[in-house]
Structures are given as structure tokens and as C-alpha cells.
Design a protein around this ligand. Structure first.
Ligand SMILES: Nc1nc2c(ncn2[C@@H]2O[C@H](COP(=O)(O)OP(=O)(O)OP(=O)(O)O)[C@@H](O)[C@H]2O)c(=O)[nH]1
Ligand SMILES: [Mg+2]
Length: 579
């Protein structure tokens, strides 16, 4: 496969609220660009980026999906490319349970496309992913999805976005038709109409703006020009003198404003009917930054410590690459997705993993199209690729030329919010559990596995019940390991404060130290959530509901007086084994 120069690469993170159509959009963009012969649909489980069997079964994204499209930049476009550019799509989950994965992989993007349901406007996760983009300091654009949907509204969506993100949210397009009659977009920069055939090949016919929309389009164009010219004295002067900015000056100015995060443009599509996709691809090729427009910094020591080391996405610099995602395939083994941060990676290179001080051989480097991998001879600075069978390297590690060590900081991820105790169902499961959980841990940055030293239980912590259920389903399907999930036991301690007085037992039972429910004498486990009674004072002193994870020190410090017979006995076998 062809390799692409840094200036011809766009790394685009696709983020947004759950179910707003990210995966369908990527699938339609790939089809429009001719990268797939079959137009993948989420409903049919045939998209390129939701290929994991859990994703297909649940019809939601769970992990990072990678794909790429080749698309011509507009001739003599301001991006500096005259050739086809390679747009790497990083399709990320949107449901809050899987949002940690999105944050972890967005680190590889140089710009983000935020999907917004045109029926709803901005939602909770829209704001969350906006914050991630701010943290990574990347330019971003919004794409209104579901424009074909009943009650979808361009005007209301714009109001919602401007209310939440400010007046720098500015539309580069206007819809032609609405709801079921949505047929295309008016390009407010070039002032042309792009008319699409619903369910067609995604390529529009470029026409003059329909007379009925001409005045509205002119007004929107002028507002856009005014906004772009703002802060640019020379352009402002030209704007007042001529009343507009000529198109050959406007296009580079729009790009400059996007890259500088001065404006946050809005575009629109109906991904399910393939309307607006070619216009969006042209926008990404022309107006989104190439990697070298995104400043990066490395450090002399791991974990963001030590002096800063400046590196550029430049082929002439020493080779370094950062692993942003590890997959654990039951057949192929470990697959790492990485971004070349500097230099050129050539097939068969032997590099050093700086974090582990180990050599790693990059044999058969791959370009990724969903679950299809194609071997490439080399990858230039800024490109994204995959490699199978590295010995030790996993997510968050830096690899490169032995002589020029550098460490890139991994994403800062939130701590898990829910914990379950796990028990294998059979003896065979017990034997396989340690190895298989270790493999899932490698690919899931939101998962934690530990053993409570007091209750001796093995604990799986994640970002929601659905997250842990997906882990259990993966263990079953990939490694044939079956687990039972249980609420974790609370670690009780008895405090002996003096001599016992049997006659005071009844009074003691109503004292404030008895404010937590005790485990069932039969099972040794806490009652179900429904039966659980916690007095308000006790609940607020704990500061978290019992079924969420708490720091073990907090758990251990709960002191209670409860009858000795109520104390649970540890299950005899499994917890005594090492994980
Ligand atoms: N009518 C219509 N349906 C759409 C459109 N885009 C996506 N859908 C549907 O919306 C549903 C969710 O689409 P996805 O692409 O999986 O959404 P997502 O944002 O990737 O979801 P997560 O990754 O799980 O957050 C699917 O049933 C799609 O067919 C659209 O433009 N119009
Ligand atoms: Mg998705």
C-alpha cells in the first residue's frame, strides 16, 4: 500500500454522544470514497469500525475503530496538498460506559469531528468530548447527523450549540430540504449547492444555489465572512472596502481560523441516506490540519516527568512512535495501534521500547481498515498504523530509535466507578481466569482487576454495569471462561474496646455503630440492593453508595459491632489462589 507524506495525512477523531451516528457516518464516508465496495450499515452489523462481535450484537461501539479514506484535496487547496490525502478515522464510542476508551484513543487525533443529533442538539457527552478536545488542544468541527429524521432542525441545533459552546460555533453549510426531504447542502464558503441522490453513491451534483434559498444563503455567507475577518486587520479592511472577501482569500482564511481554534464550524449529513458525505470529506481534506500543525511535546522521563523534549511530526527527526491502543485477539495475539510521532517507520525496523528498555521488531507494519489489515512498506511522521506480535509493548508506551529516547504522556483516564466481585463457575474456569482477564486488561483502559486483601475476593472494577457485562461476555466468547458477578463484600472489623457485658447486647445493637446492614448469615453476602438499608448519617459519612467502588482504605476503616455469627466466611477454594 502507498505511503503518505505528513502534509497529506489527517487524523480525525470521531466523537459525540452515544448513538448520534459516528460509526454509520464513517461507514458512509468510506463507501463514498470508494474504500469499501459494500455500504456497511450499523443495523446490519456490517460497518467497518464496529466489527467486534459484542459491538455487532449490541449495535453500539465499545472500542476504538480505525479506518482510512483517500480523498482529493481541492486543487491548490490551502492545506498545501495537490495529491489525494489520507484521512485516518478514529471512530470512538459515545455511550458514557465506554467513554474512557474514547478519551484514551482521542489522544492520537489532530482534530475532532463531533457528531450532534440534529433532533436533539448538544447533549451531556457532547460537552464531555468538547472538554477532551480542549485538554488535547485540538481543533474541532461539529457535524449534524440524522438530518433526515422527523423533527430534526438545523436552526434549533445551531441555537443549542451556540448556547453551550459560544458564538464561535459557525455553520459552513445550510440544508437543502428538511427531514425526509433533506437533499443536500449549500456550501456557504464557495456559495454552491451540493445536491445528493438519497441512498446513492454519496457524490453530489454541484449547482447554483436554488433561488428560494439565495437570500438566506447570502446573509449567512456575509455573517461567516465577517466572523472570519474579525481580528485580522488586513482582511477586515478588505471586507469594509469590497463588502466581501474574494473566495481565493476566504478559503485559506477559514482553514486558518479552524486550525487556530478561532471558529468551530458546523456541517451536516444524513449518513443513513448518504447525503452530505462527499462535501464533508472535502472539508476534512481541505480545512482540517495535518499532524505537523499540532504541537507535541515529549519528556525525558516516563509519566510526563523530567525535562521537556521538543519533537516535530517531521520525517527528518529521530524515529519515535506512541502506542495508543492495544487489542487482544484470541487468534492473532496482541495488536497495537500506534501513531508515528517523528521520523519514518520502515518495515522490519528494530526499535527500543523506552518504557521497558526492550528491543521490539516491527515486522509487517499494517494500515488498518476496520478489521482488515494491509501491509505497508513505511509510515511517515504523523501516520497511524498497526503492528501484531510485539513482545511486550502495550498502550501508553513509547518506542523509537535507541539513541534518542523520549516519552510521550499517556491519556489521563478517570478511575472506575463500579466494582463487582467475581467467582468462576467451574474448576476449569478457575484455571483459565487469570490469563484471560490479563488479556482483556491489556485492551481495556477502563478496567481494573484486584484482590481485596481483607475479604479475599477478586474484584473487577469498570465504568458501569454494562461495561463489566461486556467483559464477562468477552471472557465467555473469546476464552470460554464463565464468571458469576456479585456485589463485593464490605470488609467488617470488630473492635474490642473493653470487657463484654452480655446484658448490654440489646442496647449495643441500636447504637450508632450498627448503622450499616450486615451480611446474610446464610450466604455471607450483603442483601440485595433493594433490601439494603443504610441510615442517612452512615451513608453520608461513607460518601459513596455501597455498590460503587470505594478506596480500600475507606472500606477497611468502617468499624462495626455485629454479632460474630453474622460474619461471612471466605469461600474456601478460589480466593486463596493467586490471580
Ligand atoms: N435515520 C438515520 N439514522 C441514522 C443516521 N446515522 C445513524 N443512524 C442510526 O443511528 C443508530 C446509531 O448509529 P451509530 O452509527 O451506531 O451511532 P454511534 O454514534 O456510532 O453510536 P456509539 O458509537 O455506540 O456511541 C443506528 O441505528 C444508525 O442506523 C442518519 O443519518 N439517519
Ligand atoms: Mg459507534
Amino acid at each position: 500500500m502507498k505511503s503518505y507524506l505528513t502534509r497529506d495525512i489527517r487524523n480525525v477523531g470521531i466523537v459525540g454522544h452515544g448513538g448520534t451516528g459516528k460509526t454509520q457516518l464513517v461507514s458512509s464516508l468510506l463507501f463514498t470514497a470508494g474504500m469499501t465496495t459494500r455500504w456497511g450499515k450499523v443495523a446490519e452489523g456490517s460497518t467497518s469500525t464496529d466489527w467486534d462481535e459484542e459491538e455487532i450484537a449490541r449495535k453500539i461501539s465499545i472500542q476504538t475503530g480505525l479506518a482510512h479514506a483517500e480523498w482529493p484535496a481541492t486543487p491548490a487547496s490551502p492545506s498545501g496538498s495537490s495529491d489525494k490525502v489520507k484521512i485516518n478515522f478514529i471512530d470512538l464510542p459515545g455511550y458514557s460506559t465506554f467513554i474512557t476508551e474514547a478519551k484514551a484513543s482521542l489522544i492520537a487525533a489532530d482534530a475532532a469531528l463531533i457528531t450532534v443529533d440534529a433532533h436533539v442538539g448538544s447533549q451531556v457527552t457532547t460537552e464531555k468530548v468538547w472538554d477532551y478536545c480542549t485538554e488535547y488542544d485540538i481543533p474541532r468541527a461539529f457535524v449534524l447527523t440524522w438530518m433526515d429524521r422527523e423533527l430534526s432542525s438545523f436552526e434549533r441545533s445551531m441555537e443549542s450549540l451556540q448556547e453551550v459552546f459560544g458564538r464561535n460555533v459557525v455553520s459552513l453549510q445550510m440544508p437543502i430540504g428538511s427531514e425526509k426531504g433533506f437533499r443536500g447542502v449549500i456550501d456557504l464558503v464557495a456559495m454552491k449547492a451540493h445536491i445528493y441522490k438519497p441512498d446513492g453513491d454519496g457524490k453530489p451534483s454541484i449547482e447554483e444555489i436554488p433561488a428560494a434559498l439565495a437570500d438566506e444563503a447570502k446573509e449567512a455567507h456575509e455573517k461567516l465572512v465577517e466572523m472570519i475577518a474579525e481580528g485580522d486587520d488586513e482582511m477586515m479592511e478588505e471586507f469594509f472596502r469590497e463588502g466581501t472577501i474574494p473566495i481565493h482569500d476566504l478559503i485559506p482564511a477559514v482553514r486558518k481560523a479552524i486550525v487556530a481554534e478561532k471558529i468551530f464550524p458546523v456541517l451536516m449529513t444524513s449518513a443513513l441516506h448518504n447525503i452530505g458525505t462527499a462535501s464533508l470529506l472535502t472539508f476534512l481534506a481541505d480545512a482540517f490540519p495535518h499532524p505537523d500543525e499540532h504541537a507535541q511535546v515529549g519528556f525525558k522521563e516516563p509519566g510526563g516527568k523530567g525535562d521537556r523534549v521538543e519533537r516535530k511530526y517531521d520525517d527528518s527527526q529521530p524515529l519515535s512512535l506512541f502506542v495508543f491502543k492495544t487489542l487482544s485477539d484470541p487468534f492473532t495475539g496482541r495488536i497495537n495501534y500506534f501513531k508515528v510521532k517523528s521520523g519514518v517507520l520502515k518495515n522490519d525496523a528494530t526499535l527500543t521500547n523506552y518504557n521497558r528498555n526492550l528491543p521490539e521488531r516491527f515486522q509487517h507494519i499494517q494500515a488498518v481498515q476496520g478489521k482488515q489489515f494491509t501491509e505497508v512498506g513505511e509510515l511517515h511522521a504523523g501516520d497511524i498504523g498497526a503492528i501484531a506480535k510485539l513482545k511486550e509493548t502495550t498502550t501508553g508506551e513509547t518506542v523509537g530509535d535507541k539513541a534518542s529516547p523520549i516519552y510521550y504522556s499517556p491519556a489521563q483516564l478517570p478511575e472506575p466507578s463500579i466494582t463487582f466481585a467475581i467467582e468462576p463457575k467451574t474448576r476449569a474456569d478457575e484455571d483459565k481466569i487469570g490469563v484471560s482477564i490479563h488479556k482483556i486488561l491489556e485492551e481495556d483502559p477502563a478496567l481494573r482487576f484486584s484482590r481485596d486483601p481483607q475479604t479475599k475476593e477478586f474484584l473487577l472494577a469498570g465504568s458501569g454495569q454494562q461495561h463489566i457485562e461486556v467483559v464477562v461476555a468477552k471472557l465467555h466468547k473469546r476464552y470460554h471462561v464463565d464468571l458469576t458477578l456479585k456485589p463485593p463484600k464490605v470488609a467488617y472489623r470488630e473492635t474490642i474496646r473493653g470487657k463484654a457485658d452480655p446484658s448490654s447486647a440489646a442496647r449495643a445493637s441500636s447504637s450508632s455503630t450498627m448503622s450499616l446492614a450486615a451480611p446474610s448469615p446464610r450466604t455471607g453476602f450483603l442483601p440485595s440492593k433493594k433490601e439494603f438499608v443504610m441510615r442517612p448519617r452512615a451513608a453520608s459519612s461513607l460518601g459513596f453508595p455501597w455498590w460503587t467502588s470505594a478506596p480500600s482504605s475507606t472500606t477497611a476503616s468502617i468499624t462495626m459491632s455485629i454479632p460474630r455469627t453474622w460474619l461471612s466466611k471466605s469461600p474456601a477454594r478460589w480466593p486463596s489462589r493467586k490471580p
